[in-house]
Design a protein around this ligand. Structure first.
Ligand SMILES: NC(=O)c1ccc[n+]([C@@H]2O[C@H](COP(=O)([O-])OP(=O)(O)OC[C@H]3O[C@@H](n4cnc5c(N)ncnc54)[C@H](OP(=O)(O)O)[C@@H]3O)[C@@H](O)[C@H]2O)c1
Length: 299
């Protein structure tokens, strides 16, 4: 796969999947350019990559970033509104603009991360925006790969850190009935899958669902996380309308973009993210995803 004379443009390199993927790419000697808002967030990797300062809400920043690029891996996304752009702007419009800019810049391949069960009919705005973005990518004349993962996690990731903080309360508050289903997949397994896909040259557009080995409810994931923190807490299910009122209230009093959690984020947990194909998508890429229990050491 490694064609050192070609550059990969990676967005979202500071995120959960992006940081695992970037390590693999730079270890392999692949030239990578990272489109980032703040290069300090790349940590030590920032000296091993080319940096293009940019923002999903600033399409003008895409042009420079794309110069001489062969492959775009577009991971950057946001599950909450930002000062510079809404969820729709940052996920749907930005993807459409990036894919068009990549076509104009002469890139050959576009790899995009959507989400399992993203749909135009979904209630959460994020899933609707991802569905629109998927459509823009699938319609591109470029060689395209769309990954649709279930929930992606890693020990100490931001979501598990929130659960850890909540676990200091006498009961763990959960949005909704806790019955939504997931097939959590470890970020390292996802990154291995992307590396394998990059080596496969496919003429046809492809869409790959990435799911871990276990189907777990929101409750089961929370129990597993509690176990890994060494704590036992009763689960407190908050009906969605109550959750909405609490979180909307918190959003109003927090500084813009700094709420502990938002209703748009909590609403995501009302939609199951499972694949009828189970782990087949990952396995076709030569990855046997580990169980969440094994990764979190919660057995
Ligand atoms: N994690 C999951 O459970 C999950 C599930 C399904 C699909 N996905 C999709 O998989 C992909 C990777 O997910 P992830 O969990 O690795 O994401 P993540 O950890 O939330 O990281 C998001 C990345 O996007 C960047 N970003 C956010 N807003 C930006 C903006 N305005 N301009 C430029 N960059 C911006 C962030 O950079 P900063 O460092 O500047 O914040 C960060 O690098 C995403 O497309 C996500 O939607 C994730």
């Amino acid at each position: 796969m490694y064609r050192p004379w070609f550059v990969i443009l990676l967005t979202g390199a500071t995120g959960l999947v992006g940081s695992a993927l970037l390590r693999r790419l730079t270890d392999a000697g692949q030239p990578v350019r990272c489109l980032v808002r703040d290069s300090r967030r790349l940590g030590l990797e920032r000296v091993r990559v080319q940096i293009a300062l940019g923002d999903l809400a600033d399409p003008a920043s895409f042009r420079n970033a794309l110069r001489g690029v062969d492959t775009v891996i577009h991971l950057a996304a946001s599950i909450r509104d930002q000062e510079k752009g809404s969820i729709e702007e940052l996920n749907a419009m930005a993807t459409l603009r990036l894919v068009r800019a990549a076509e104009r810049a002469g890139a050959k391949r576009f790899v995009f991360f959507s989400a399992l069960n993203a749909s135009l009919n979904a209630r959460p705005r994020f899933f609707r925006a991802k569905a629109l973005a998927e459509r823009a990518v699938a319609e591109s004349p470029l060689e395209t790969t769309i990954f649709a993962p279930s929930i992606v996690y890693a020990p100490y990731d931001p979501y598990l850190r929130i659960l850890e903080r909540l676990s200091w309360l006498p009961a763990m508050p959960l949005a909704g009935n806790g019955e939504t289903l997931y097939q959590p997949i470890w970020a390292e397994d996802v990154a291995d899958g992307v590396m394998a896909a990059l080596s496969n040259k496919r003429a046809e557009p492809e869409r790959i669902e990435l799911a871990g080995p276990d189907v777990l409810s929101y409750d089961a994931i929370t129990e597993l996380a509690l176990h890994s923190f060494g704590r036992r807490r009763p689960l407190l299910h908050l009906p969605l309308p109550v959750t909405r009122r609490i979180l909307r209230g918190l959003e109003r009093i927090a500084a813009p973009g700094h709420a502990f959690a938002t209703w748009d984020e909590a609403e995501l947990m009302s939609v199951s993210m499972t694949s009828a194909k189970g782990t087949a998508g990952a396995e076709e890429l030569g990855v046997s995803p580990l169980s969440m229990r094994a990764v979190l050491g919660a057995s």
